[in-house]
Design a protein around this ligand. Structure first.
Ligand SMILES: *Cc1c(COP(=O)(O)O)cnc(C)c1O
Length: 312
């Protein structure tokens, strides 16, 4: 919808779900990996300046774990360099920046409603933008490129003989999925409070821990999507994860650096922060059914076994 394609580049953080990279490469453009800031896992502004070229058309910041605190600086950089900003807000439904909800300002914000996100429609997502042009193009593209078909269908009609000028897809959401989303919206304020409280409890437990570092987060503004810890000097992460799973604790890894994937290989540029941190990341359970006693159990279990997994 933005006219980004072959011959163009989009700046994106190294640590994100591969969906961000695939969305960029699907247009024909090249995703250009940027290093992250170790304190918040968001894209490094210093790296943006190093990786911009005359082919760069956009930045795709990823609101890692639900935090979008850097957005004002990114928008400033984008404005100075005449770049579009396409926010990957898959983690950040409900998050605010300086009191304003993401999606209510800015260029283009993309939310995901897949099964594990802050709210879900089973599968699906949406994009939010103030640009009428982008909106109308996106609406056409999602319905096989048929001009104005989207609007017609909302009014209960069809556009049988309207023109098709561009490649389109069947990307519209089904009414069944949307109806789940409408109910989820009603539950969102309750669900987001639960998520925040779980994270605050974890934070309290891990405060001043010898090996486990938490990321500084502002729960007044952000709705947390995942709870990621950094285990300093962590070795044998897979063996630790297996051990935890045996004890009934499922963990995740957010994420493997995308520049290491065969398709997105970038071996010339150096990513010192990503290289230092990615092996130490571990995601602990975070979902609305986690109770205080679960957090206690997770903390206690980790505490008992973690020493074995620290390299001196
Ligand atoms: C889930 C996720 C996506 C993809 O969302 P879909 O709805 O599955 O397309 C993109 N980026 C990030 C960071 C995600 O976590």
């Amino acid at each position: 919808a933005c006219g980004i394609g072959e011959g163009h580049e989009v700046l994106v953080p190294s640590i994100t779900y591969v969906a961000s990279f695939q969305a960029i490469s699907a247009t024909g453009a090249v995703p250009v990996s940027c290093d992250i800031n170790m304190e918040n896992m968001q894209i490094s502004l210093i790296n943006l300046k190093k990786r911009i070229s005359n082919k760069t058309k956009a930045i795709m910041p990823v609101h890692f774990a639900g935090s979008a605190s850097q957005l004002p600086k990114i928008y400033k950089f984008a404005k100075d360099n005449k770049l579009r900003v396409i926010e990957d807000a898959a983690h950040a439904f409900g998050t605010k920046v300086n009191g304003k909800k993401i999606g209510s300002f800015g260029d283009i914000t993309c939310f995901s409603f897949d099964g594990i996100k802050n709210i879900t429609t089973g599968e699906g997502g949406c994009l939010v933008t103030a640009s009428k042009k982008i909106l109308s193009r996106a609406r056409d593209i999602r319905l096989l490129g048929i001009e104005n078909e989207s609007n017609k269908r909302y009014a209960g009609h069809r556009n049988w003989i309207s023109d098709v000028k561009m490649q389109g897809w069947r990307y519209h959401m089904s009414d069944i999925n949307a109806s789940i989303g409408i109910i989820q919206l009603k539950r969102f304020s309750k669900l987001s409070k639960i998520r925040k409280n779980i994270c605050k409890s974890y934070d309290k437990k891990f405060k001043n821990h010898e090996f486990i570092k938490t990321f500084k987060r502002n729960y007044k503004e952000e709705v947390p999507h995942i709870y990621v810890i950094r285990v300093l000097g962590l070795k044998n992460r897979e063996s630790l994860r297996k051990k935890l799973l045996k004890k009934g604790i499922q963990t995740g890894i957010h994420y493997y650096p995308n520049y290491k994937y065969t398709k997105f290989k970038d071996s010339k540029f150096l990513f010192p922060n990503t290289e230092q941190i990615y092996k130490e990341l571990l995601t602990l359970p975070l979902h609305p059914d986690i109770k205080e006693k679960d957090i206690k159990y997770i903390f206690k279990t980790l505490n008992v076994i973690i020493k074995k997994y620290i390299s001196k």
